[in-house]
Design a protein around this ligand. Sequence first.
Ligand code: NAG
Ligand code: NAG
Ligand code: NAG
Ligand code: NAG
Ligand code: NAG
Length: 506
Amino acid sequence: MRTSQLFRRYLVIIPICLGTIFVFYVTNNFMDKTRNSRDLNADCDCSKRDIPNNQDIPNGQDFPNRQDIPNRQDITNRQDIPNRQDIPNRQDIPNKQDIPKKQENIPKAENVQNVKKIPAIPEQTDPKCAREPKDDPNVNPLSKFYSVWYDPPTEVAKKDHVKILIWTELWDKQMRKILPKGKGAKCGSMPNCIFTGFRSEIHEADAVLFEVSNLQKDYNASVFPTVRYPRQHWVWYHTECPGFPSINFETYRSVFNWTITYRADSDSSGAWGSLHRTYQRLKVEGVDPNKDYTVGKRKLAVWFISKCNTQANRVAYATELVKYMHIDVFGRCGKTVCAKWNVTCMPGIIRQYKFYLAFENMICKEYLTEKFWRNALANDVIPVVMGANRSDYERLAPPHSYIHVDDFKSAKELADYLMMLGQDKEKYNAYFKWKTHPPKNIPLEEGMWCNMCRELFNRCPTKRKLYTNLRGWFEGENHSMCDPMVDVKFKELQFEDNRFKVASYA
Ligand SMILES: *[C@@H]1O[C@H](CO)[C@@H](O)[C@H](O)[C@H]1NC(C)=O
Ligand SMILES: *[C@@H]1O[C@H](CO)[C@@H](O)[C@H](O)[C@H]1NC(C)=O
Ligand SMILES: *[C@@H]1O[C@H](CO)[C@@H](O)[C@H](O)[C@H]1NC(C)=O
Ligand SMILES: *[C@@H]1O[C@H](CO)[C@@H](O)[C@H](O)[C@H]1NC(C)=O
Ligand SMILES: *[C@@H]1O[C@H](CO)[C@@H](O)[C@H](O)[C@H]1NC(C)=O
């Protein structure tokens, strides 16, 4: 009796269950279709494993010092940070490869105003979401190379960390040996900014980093993540100037949300050095205001150069300069004394000289590299700079810390000035006064990892951005970011007997 009653009850329950599943399935499918290319509300956090592995915890001993750790309020307005309560329903997980392939799929600026906002959380009250001047085409002509829009606010609760997934390897093979995947990445002052190299953590990542030299020349979806969350930033990371394109930009349209480059208008700074970091270093090292910087410097000028050919503007200039003054040339086209990445042997050499030729390999806006920051400034030698316009150095570098070649009518005039300065202790030492006179309002720039953490903590939760024309933005309209190379026949050079000759190995 009992068994048959139970059986009859099941006969009723089973169809109901099947019906429910059917209805759920149909609804689900319909929602997926309506969602299609932009997942408006799928603000996914998916944090199931919020406890980082030991490897992911940044090393606390890292520079900068404790006293430089910003106040929590500076880092973030806590209520804007989404947290784990925001675990999405199944249907909120985006479809594979939502990347719009063509311009048409990209939300247009006009549509932004039409997006329905949830009135309970007005976007305008969040200062982080104020429109940035650099997104205004009247202020920044480069803004036409990316799209900016705002998604409707979603109920996102607090989250006290951000996670950065390093998807590609970092830099070239030589660096890779020193810094295995993900290992070089950390921000000592922000331990709640977590770096990982484990691709399985894609679902929890606030940002996914792609380093340019480890990207395939053409965009290839199969080496990119197969899921993409609307709130997640795919970040293009490149520290070199546009002179040496390593990827086929056209195929990378509408792939990346953010950029990290040496340029200040990047979404996060990847500058080679900065006033902030320089003065932080001096705080640690200490500065003697009465130091005589001519002591121990018996030699005049030194130049390290690895790419040495007649096309580069700097070589043409140096060819002229060596006619009027003595310069020791090291590197591939001069005497080889140091391996490229050997940071231990270069300072010992550089510190014997009064001047260091910090000639950049390309003349590009804001392109100041380690030649300036690390090789020259950090070694107490005056950099003679050629590269970005003087106004860039005035903005970015310590005041009266360098000699810009553009200040001289000719190479001869520059040579005369350097030889005079080399003999004048007082004038020479004046180029180091910046050490004890920090400029006011030094912009915060703590190195690329911490910069990125800070930007992620400070981002507007509803703002979306997509580089629809990465090349346009990076190279500038009509390649305006860089001066063209000198248009002479390409020849490899060699420095011998105090002059440049066509290299015998060429
Ligand atoms: C995409 O990348 C994969 C993995 O490296 C490779 O096997 C494949 O040939 C690539 N496809 C194209 C079209 O280059
Ligand atoms: C770097 O240079 C120093 C001094 O010349 C040398 O002793 C050392 O072996 C070099 N290191 C590497 C990794 O080449
Ligand atoms: C280059 O810098 C000089 C000196 O600051 C400035 O007068 C000039 O306008 C700048 N040129 C460009 C093209 O920015
Ligand atoms: C990044 O771009 C993708 C593709 O358009 C978009 O779905 C996503 O919302 C963007 N993310 C951010 C944070 O801008
Ligand atoms: C770029 O070149 C085009 C065609 O020569 C010209 O119409 C346009 O004004 C240039 N843009 C800039 C910013 O120089």
